[in-house]
Design a protein around this ligand. Structure first.
Ligand SMILES: Cc1cc2nc3c(=O)[nH]c(=O)nc-3n(C[C@H](O)[C@H](O)[C@H](O)COP(=O)(O)OP(=O)(O)OC[C@H]3O[C@@H](n4cnc5c(N)ncnc54)[C@H](O)[C@@H]3O)c2cc1C
Ligand SMILES: *[C@@H]1O[C@H](CO)[C@@H](O)[C@H](O)[C@H]1NC(C)=O
Ligand SMILES: *[C@@H]1O[C@H](CO)[C@@H](O)[C@H](O)[C@H]1NC(C)=O
Ligand SMILES: *[C@@H]1O[C@H](CO)[C@@H](O)[C@H](O)[C@H]1NC(C)=O
Ligand SMILES: *[C@@H]1O[C@H](CO)[C@@H](O)[C@H](O)[C@H]1NC(C)=O
Ligand SMILES: *[C@@H]1O[C@H](CO)[C@@H](O)[C@H](O)[C@H]1NC(C)=O
Ligand SMILES: *[C@@H]1O[C@H](CO)[C@@H](O)[C@H](O)[C@H]1NC(C)=O
Ligand SMILES: *[C@@H]1O[C@H](CO)[C@@H](O)[C@H](O)[C@H]1NC(C)=O
Ligand SMILES: *[C@@H]1O[C@H](CO)[C@@H](O)[C@H](O)[C@H]1NC(C)=O
Ligand SMILES: *[C@@H]1O[C@H](CO)[C@@H](O)[C@H](O)[C@H]1NC(C)=O
Length: 644
């Protein structure tokens, strides 16, 4: 039966081009389900966002693939395509949900969580900042129990996804640089420096100041993507196609990389927009494995629910906010909790939705320009991009060597008496992690999970993984210096509280609920005030810029800085971890092959699988995840074809 279906499908696909206008073999993109070429597909990809379109593109080279995306196709929308539209420009792809209230300076504060919902997902609205994980970060992911995910194994997948455009000689004079060996030059995603390079005057000032503030312990790095270790500062590249003939100055969203270009047309690929996957249709085999046989789909604006069948695998790529909700609505999650909602449990996997994390951000930090430095002289007249210079500081840079010592991990199960190193180290920040607190709020399913993650995080800091990132952004009247903590240890959850699929899940990142995360943000805020008061950067600013900005001055007490941090911080919108790739007994949801534990064919391949927040920005790393996922999936299909 199965074989017959395969043969039928391949015949159907072979003849499909003839049905299309002028015989052009093209991907089908529709919003009307009655126009679907097939009712059953080899693979169904749930969510046509950053990772979903990349996975689908690779699978559709040889198989029939359907992508279901709840948002629209906004192919011609200039607010999306133009990379120079400033951060925050209203975009029909930009949405936000009210997340759970978070800790603030006087009690709780509301927290809105932004995401993209159209073809391309987050990559169609994001800040385009191109950064990669570090080798210390990826090696920590591997050490958590994920063989094959260390830096050396992972780099080739990021390279496969990109076409890097090296800076031209003028850009190099102005500060851009690169290391060819870590890049890819024939993948779908355009990665380039702004053309012309944005704000050369500010770039130089920002770099010199970061170096001087850290007594030259921070180096100028040619390339952000080389897996670096140690503090450094560099000009940033962005996810932009700068190919003048093909896609001049266009945002390289996953849609403009993996879906729309002529070279990427796939006759086996259908994309259904404006439709939401409510849940997966599953069967349980006698052996206990759960198998997905289809998805339940509904027009996003409401209407008839229908089922589409899948013969090989379902790949869930609805993002870290929504993928856990789809699993939970399908009965995959904490069975006790799901029963309480009236959902019949299919698979007891309490880690679904746990381990949710985000990087806390200080973005409301703007320093007025000195009158002599108007925007023209700062930017050179070009449009601006977010984060034209990025500095990564290590624990040693941000907290001093004593600070690094403070962060050092000591076995948290040890008592004071066991610790020969003495009382100060007993007070070390990471040792002070409260696994019980994370457990009590549902951030982890057992305390050992956070203890293990804290130890691996501390190990990464030991080898100088960055602890905070600073961005320098020019705008029309101010220079902004933003700070983001990179490897937070606070853990929250994504959890549906209703069976209504049109309702958002509860999204609670539990920002700054671990003391170590607060202390890191306090250190970051102090660095911001040092930068704003140090030349040559301070020379670009008005004399009262620091006071006008509201950032606590260099003499503020720790408590004053902490209060400012708690009132100012916001969501970093780099959501990860809510279907963590981790051993199952630590609360993991997917295996290193990205297969949901206990299932035979449900794969997850988006930001939700990243167990630790090791991507300073997620996108370029996520393309690597998608490429790796596609390879694993195709390999399995080939193995099974051979064994028939
Ligand atoms: C405002 C903003 C700025 C950012 N800036 C940067 C940056 O400068 N650099 C960087 O690297 N990263 C940045 N990021 C982060 C990055 O864009 C995201 O982490 C990344 O896009 C997530 O990719 P994903 O594939 O996991 O999910 P997404 O790209 O979010 O894709 C998920 C898709 O699934 C769809 N979907 C959800 N539920 C369903 C359902 N039930 N049925 C069907 N479809 C569904 C959604 O509509 C969406 O299209 C930013 C993010 C935001 C929101
Ligand atoms: C569906 O697609 C058609 C054709 O592209 C378009 O005109 C229409 O506006 C779309 N409808 C919705 C609801 O997005
Ligand atoms: C731009 O893309 C076209 C088509 O792929 C290619 O022929 C050309 O060499 C590219 N130009 C540059 C400058 O990369
Ligand atoms: C599962 O949910 C129940 C009910 O909400 C809760 O009491 C229990 O702690 C949860 N189990 C795990 C492992 O998270
Ligand atoms: C900006 O400054 C430059 C010189 O620094 C000057 O030539 C130019 O007129 C100024 N522009 C505005 C709008 O003030
Ligand atoms: C440990 O963390 C708690 C909050 O969880 C904080 O109040 C306390 O000051 C911290 N102790 C040390 C020594 O850092
Ligand atoms: C679910 O949670 C959301 C957000 O916290 C809340 O607004 C809503 O009332 C809750 N719904 C139910 C049915 O509990
Ligand atoms: C941003 O900072 C300014 C200046 O300190 C302050 O007036 C404003 O309230 C802040 N906005 C938010 C949203 O925190
Ligand atoms: C900080 O305090 C020192 C010592 O009291 C003082 O000399 C200095 O002027 C102060 N700096 C600022 C910016 O207030
Ligand atoms: C469940 O499915 C996986 C993936 O196909 C397979 O490796 C495993 O052997 C299956 N387990 C059982 C008990 O059939």
């Amino acid at each position: 039966m199965r074989l017959y279906l395969q043969q039928f499908l391949s015949v159907y696909i072979l003849v499909l081009p003839a049905l299309l206008p002028q015989g052009v073999p093209a991907t089908v993109i529709i919003n009307d389900s009655s126009e679907l070429p097939l009712q059953s597909y080899d693979y169904i990809v749930v969510g046509g966002g950053t990772t979903g379109l990349a996975v689908a593109n690779r699978l559709a080279v040889e198989y029939s693939v359907l992508v279901v995306e709840r948002g629209p196709d906004l192919v011609d929308n200039e607010d999306i395509n133009n990379p120079f539209t400033t951060y925050g420009t209203p975009s029909p792809c930009r949405f936000s949900m009210e997340g759970a209230p978070q800790i603030g300076s006087n009690g709780v504060k509301p927290m809105r969580l932004t995401y993209g919902s159209c073809l391309g997902g987050g990559s169609s609205i994001n800040g385009l900042m191109g950064a990669r994980p570090t080798f210390a970060g990826m090696n920590a992911v591997e050490a958590l129990g994920n063989p094959g995910w260390g830096w050396n194994n992972f780099l080739p997948y990021m390279q496969k996804s990109e076409t890097f455009t090296p800076p031209d000689p003028i850009q190099i004079t102005e500060g851009a640089d690169y290391i060819a060996s870590v890049h890819g030059f024939s993948g779908p995603v355009g990665v380039s420096f702004a053309q012309p390079l944005v704000a050369p005057k500010m770039q130089g000032a920002a770099k010199s100041t970061v170096k001087s503030v850290f007594d030259d312990a921070v180096t100028l790095t040619p390339d952000m993507g080389d897996g670096f270790s140690g503090g450094h500062v560099a000009s940033l590249y962005h996810h932009i196609h700068f190919n003048q003939t093909l896609q001049s100055d266009r945002r390289s969203s996953s849609a403009w990389s993996y879906l729309y270009p002529e070279l990427q047309q796939r006759v086996g690929l259908a994309v259904l927009t404006g439709h939401r996957v409510n849940s997966l249709v599953t069967l349980k085999s006698a052996s206990g494995n759960v198998t997905a046989v289809g998805v339940r789909v509904q027009p996003t604006s409401g209407g008839q629910i229908f089922t589409l069948d899948v013969s090989k695998e379902v790949v869930v790529t609805a993002g870290a906010l929504y993928s856990p909700a789809i699993l939970q609505r399908s009965g995959i999650g904490n069975s006790t909790y799901l029963k309480g909602l009236g959902i019949t449990p299919v698979l007891d996997l309490p880690g679904v939705g746990a381990n949710f994390q985000d990087q806390p951000y200080l973005v409301n930090v703007s320093f007025p320009l000195a009158p002599s430095n108007n925007i023209t002289s700062i930017t050179g007249g070009a449009d601006t991009l977010v984060g034209v210079v990025v500095a990564h500081l290590t624990a040693r840079n941000a907290l001093g060597s004593e600070g690094l010592e403070q962060l050092r991990y000591f076995d948290v199960t040890m008592t004071d008496d066991d610790c020969s190193e003495g009382a100060t180290e007993m007070n070390s920040l990471i040792r002070n992690i409260s696994a019980d607190k994370a457990l009590s709020v549902g951030g982890v399913v057992q305390s050992q999970t956070l203890i293990t993650q804290a130890r691996l995080t501390a190990d990464a800091y030991e080898i100088d993984h960055p602890i905070v990132e600073f961005f320098f952004n020019p705008t029309l009247t101010v220079l902004q210096v933003w700070a983001q903590s990179i490897l937070p240890l606070s853990r929250g959850f994504i959890r549906i509280n209703t069976t209504d699929p049109s309702e958002d899940p509860i999204a609670d990142a539990q920002y700054l609920t671990q003391d170590v995360d607060v202390q890191i943000m306090v250190a970051a805020a102090r660095v911001v005030s040092k930068i704003a008061s140090s030349p040559p950067f301070s020379n670009l600013l008005s004399p009262n810029a620091l006071a006008d900005s509201g950032v606590p001055g260099v003499n503020a007490t720790d408590d004053q800085v902490k209060q400012w941090v708690l009132s100012t911080y916001t969501a970093g919108i780099h959501f990860v971890g809510s279907n963590a790739m981790m051993p199952k007994d630590l609360g993991g949801v997917v295996s290193p092959e990205l297969l949901v534990y206990g299932t035979s064919n449900i794969r997850i391949a988006d930001a939700s699988v990243i167990p630790l927040s090791v991507f300073p920005h997620t996108t370029l790393g996520l393309y690597g995840v998608a490429e790796k996922a596609a390879e694993v999936i195709v390999q399995r299909a080939k193995d099974e074809a051979h064994s028939i």
